[in-house]
Design a protein. Structure first.
Length: 270
């Protein structure tokens, strides 16, 4: 990873699952406030839906790795959307799926299907800080955060990440009971509204995870990171999320984005 240069120093944390607006920067003689910067990150695209083929490459503390492939689908807009992640490989987790339903102003709802139990169940609040299917992303990290779920302030505008000058933004949960994090630092590129780097801090103020997004590419006029690494500081483990392909406006059956639809699609009870 390229080190951050400059003075001392993150969905939805931008996981790389979300894409970014067509390239456009801010006026050279102005520094927008943190809310404006994050609005540009969140209001990324106006497509009705997105389908992606992607994978997690999960490294343990000894450097051994396992690849977990999945299909990601989302309909709706940020904060008012439905998304699902369905694993396709390896065979041990094939068919495991996560469904999330987001509504403005409400706690998101998550459901998970596991072939071993052949049922869909709700993800309870205590599980949101747990690793998602053995990766370094937690259930909360995978989920889509609403813009209004956090309060923002700019704490720097001169650091550089991977050749991009950035704004350093501090995000603090409006309702501390809805997040495992006390605060998150985001480094947002000034030339495109993309989160390039993030640090997550737990309730005790300890840094627990670090995110680094790279390989920015443009697809149908939309910029996004094709590689996103999440590192768990204490454990020495890391997970690299790679997006292999992206399609917009494929108009999937919206009935699939319900617990019942997910169950039917994955063969529960068959």
């Amino acid at each position: 990873m390229n080190r951050i240069s400059g003075p001392s120093k993150a969905l939805a944390v931008c996981l790389g699952l979300t894409l970014c607006l067509p390239a456009r920067g801010f006026a050279a003689d102005t520094t927008p406030d943190a809310q404006k910067v994050m609005e540009d990150v969140y209001r990324q695209d106006t497509n009705h839906d997105i389908v992606m083929k992607a994978s997690f490459l999960v490294f343990d503390a000894q450097g051994h790795s396992v690849k977990k492939e999945f299909i990601f689908r989302r309909i709706g807009s940020a904060g008012d959307s439905k998304m699902e992640v369905v694993f396709t490989a390896p065979k041990e987790i094939r068919g495991v799926a996560l469904l999330e339903v987001n509504q403005p102003g409400l706690q998101e709802l998550q459901y998970i299907y596991t072939p071993a139990t052949d049922r869909v169940r709700g993800v309870v609040a205590q599980e949101r800080s747990a690793r998602f299917i053995g990766t370094d992303f937690t259930f909360e990290d995978i989920g889509e955060r609403g813009l209004g779920d956090f309060a923002y302030r700019t704490i720097g505008d001169s650091e550089t990440v991977d050749g991009h000058k950035t704004y350093k933004i501090e995000a603090t949960p409006v309702d501390g009971s809805r997040s495992q994090y006390k605060y998150v630092y985001y480094w947002v590129a000034q030339d495109v509204p993309v989160i390039l780097f993030a640090e997550m801090y737990d309730a005790q103020g300890q840094k627990v995870r670090v995110l680094h997004a790279t390989d920015l590419k443009r697809e149908s006029g939309v910029w996004g990171a094709r590689h996103t690494e999440m590192r768990t500081v204490q454990d020495g483990t890391r997970t690299v999320l790679t997006i292999d392909s992206v399609k917009f406006n494929t108009k999937p059956d919206e009935k699939l984005f319900t617990p019942q639809g997910l169950a039917e699609a994955l063969g529960v009870g068959k």
